[in-house]
Design a protein around this ligand. Structure first.
Ligand code: ZN
Ligand code: ZN
Length: 420
């Protein structure tokens, strides 16, 4: 990973992250983390340094990084006293909250070991995960209401690369994963910045069309799936670029292929079948289905990982309900690769998906000022969890249900069924 070409790509990637992802403004500060608050693994230092350079080149006032060693998280689960697991390094949360309150920018780099907790006691892992979610909730709340310009990108961590390409040597796997990252984030194109601007435009046109239709719901039909979800009044279709409350237009995910909005927490009926495995807290949930009544999950089944899926659903009341519905064509550049990335940032951009749990405030018009109760009674959803799972395929048809109750094609055989 030291070739000149790789270094050149990292530099272009960093520039796209700063200019398109964060759209970092002159004078802004930036904090770089792994996930909402955790430290970035040291192995990502070459990318982080390029991002820092690019940030200062674009007028950043100050860039800070929280570093960590991911192995330490595993060691804690293995060796720390059981009664200490409620404890959390709250200084990390304070650091990020301080930046958010000042209107600074946040970059989160994913790509650490997806099996970090593999083989460890499931109860302990679930406990650690819940304490983590509880502690980072204030950060998640600010991020999910776009308080600041934020962005999530990936780096090809060694363990992650080996998971995606188990038949390759570590070095070859990492090289191949970096290549996939650069291609799906348009870094391999002659002018990545203008390629992104064009892409943002195309997605925005899809979102605008759906916004104008004001559907009251969507109906999904595919192998094993017969599922209807409601879209609440005031739902907002969102694509790549959003406007943060600090006034900066930013692109929260790189890559991004989705157009998404808020499903009504009280209206979901029928059964939906997963079309990709779900990687969750280091475990793989495969061939699963989720049944809904009145918006609430009544039953889950899975060929593999059913207990973990049930645990996820049982996190709290909100994790029995939906918080996001996203449309992605089956021919998306990520789906076309034909392999699972074991990383939501990529996998959710391979297929239409829905998310169990927390809804994004910005998917409901005028919701920033609502209390949690008001948000939820308008169709929003609150939960410690937000987990996307993939339901789209080339065999999926989706209809939009109009306010009058008639149906219009939105997707046919996994592809957009309307012109913009
Ligand atoms: Zn999504
Ligand atoms: Zn999501």
């Amino acid at each position: 990973m030291t070739s000149k070409k790789h270094q050149e790509s990292l530099k272009k990637y960093a520039e796209a992250i700063i200019k398109i992802g964060l759209n970092l403004q002159p004078g802004q500060r930036l904090i770089i983390t792994y996930g909402p608050t955790r430290g970035v693994p040291h192995q990502f230092a070459p990318l982080v340094r390029e991002v820092v350079k690019s940030a200062y080149a674009n007028g950043a006032r100050f860039v800070d990084v929280i570093w960590s060693d991911e192995e330490l998280l595993r060691l804690r689960v293995q060796h720390a006293p059981h009664d200490s697991l409620e404890e959390y390094p709250t200084w990390q949360v304070s650091a990020v909250m301080g930046m958010i309150e000042r209107g600074d920018a946040q970059l989160s780099i994913s790509g650490a070991d997806p099996d970090l907790y593999g083989g460890l006691d499931a109860e302990t892992v679930a406990k650690v995960q819940q304490v983590y979610l509880k502690n980072v909730a204030p950060v998640n709340l600010n991020i999910s209401s776009n308080a600041i310009n934020w962005c999530v990108v990936a780096a090809a961590g060694e363990a992650w690369a080996r998971k995606v390409f188990p038949d390759l040597s570590a070095t070859k796997a990492q090289t191949k994963l970096w290549k996939a990252i650069f291609e799906t984030t348009r870094i391999d194109q002659p002018d990545p910045i203008s390629a992104w601007q064009k892409h943002i435009h195309t997605l925005r046109d899809r979102a605008k069309y759906l916004q104008a239709r004001q559907y009251s719901g969507l109906h999904y039909k595919g192998p094993g799936t017969d599922f209807t979800l409601g879209l609440p009044n005031g739902h907002k279709w969102i694509s790549a670029q959003s406007l943060a409350q600090n006034g900066v237009a930013f692109t929260a995910n790189m890559p991004t292929e989705e157009v998404f909005t808020l499903p009504d927490r009280n209206r979901a009926e029928g059964v939906v079948v997963s079309t990709f495995p779900l990687s969750y807290v280091g475990a793989l949930i495969e061939d699963f289905s989720v049944a809904f009544e009145n918006g609430r999950i009544t039953r889950v089944t899975a060929r593999k990982g059913e207990a973990i899926l049930q645990k996820l659903v049982d996190t709290d009341e909100g994790s029995h309900r939906l918080g996001e519905v996203a449309l992605v064509p089956a021919s998306s550049p990520i789906a076309r690769r034909g392999y699972l990335f074991y990383n939501t940032l990529f996998d959710e951009n391979a297929s239409c998906h829905i998310a169990i749990g927390r809804a994004y405030r910005f998917t409901l018009t005028g919701s920033e000022e609502l209390t949690e109760e008001e948000f939820n009674s308008a169709g929003g959803n609150s939960s410690l969890a937000h987990v996307d799972f993939m339901i789209g395929s080339p065999e999926m048809d989706i209809d939009g249900i109009t306010q009058e109750g008639t149906r219009e094609p939105v997707m046919r055989k996994g592809e957009w069924a309307f012109e913009t």
